[in-house]
Design a binder for this molecule. Structure first.
Ligand code: SF4
Ligand code: SF4
Length: 249
């Protein structure tokens, strides 16, 4: 397959005539060559965008019509065939056994598991291991907490308000007016983090707050991660259920 650039509504090669290969990461096979854009192409594209914007052709269209125009021109789709489904199932069958690191229970049970795990001793253990560095939340794609800082100059006539990233794992995150910190313990902050990912957001929006990317586990020097945490809570409940059953027999 050969791909050129789309500039000003036309498919064009790079001004330099250069291309680069795109390879299939699984096999290393070259699947396409693509026009290699350079500074001259960027200038052409910026000029074309400016023209389309000022003459109203693009700026005057609704977002839906713009999307439709792009898809009509560039999308190459067709209905899936039996062979496509067979191939997809084959890939999934190959893939799953290789992903050994996963939850030991169905993820739909996570909110209710966390709801009954509020008093788990695991939070204290995680609190002892956690360094309170905030790396986990910094790398998390679903964490968005921020702080607002005000700075006023000495004459009290000018000031600056800045929004900065914050982390629920830092010790002053929950400090409010009067200096009161309502979540000073690391154990409570760890619990808050995991309940927010697996329960609070599910309760509020019907979606988990964790996409399972694993970035926080990679960034954590204390080797704390969601899969191990949720599995530990699950096994704690299973063990408690067995112990309760055994005490009745
Ligand atoms: S695994 Fe979940 S909690 Fe960790 S960084 Fe990814 S989305 Fe955030
Ligand atoms: S990255 Fe690890 S050690 Fe740092 S705050 Fe998060 S859980 Fe604690």
């Amino acid at each position: 397959m050969h791909f050129r650039m789309s500039i000003g509504g036309e498919d064009v090669p790079a001004a330099s005539g250069q291309t680069f290969d795109v390879t299939n990461p699984a096999t290393g096979e070259v699947v396409a060559d693509v026009a290699k854009g350079g500074p001259e192409d960027v200038d052409r594209a910026a000029r074309a965008a400016q023209t389309a914007f000022t003459d109203g052709r693009w700026a005057g269209m609704s977002a839906t019509d713009r999307g439709r125009a792009l898809l009509d021109r560039h999308a190459e789709t067709r209905p899936a065939t039996e062979a496509d489904y067979k191939r997809l199932n084959g890939v999934l069958a190959e893939k799953w056994p290789r992903f050994w690191y996963r939850l030991d229970f169905d993820v739909s049970e996570l909110p209710s598991l966390l709801r009954v795990s509020y008093k788990s001793p695991l939070w204290e253990e995680l609190g002892r291991r956690c360094l309170s560095c905030g790396s986990c939340t910094n790398v998390c794609p679903t964490c968005y907490c921020f702080n607002v800082q005000d700075e006023v100059d000495f004459a009290l006539s000018l000031g600056k308000r800045t929004r900065v990233w914050d982390s629920c794992q830092l010790d002053e995150f929950a400090t409010v007016a009067g200096g009161h910190n309502f979540r000073p313990a690391r154990a409570a902050r760890q619990r808050h983090r995991f309940l927010r990912k697996g329960q609070y957001q599910a309760d509020a929006y019907g979606l988990l707050g964790c996409v399972g990317c694993g970035r926080c586990g990679q960034a954590c020097l204390a080797k704390i991660n969601p899969v191990d945490t949720f599995n530990a809570l699950y096994h704690e409940r299973v063990d408690a259920r067995h112990a309760a059953r055994n005490s009745l027999t």
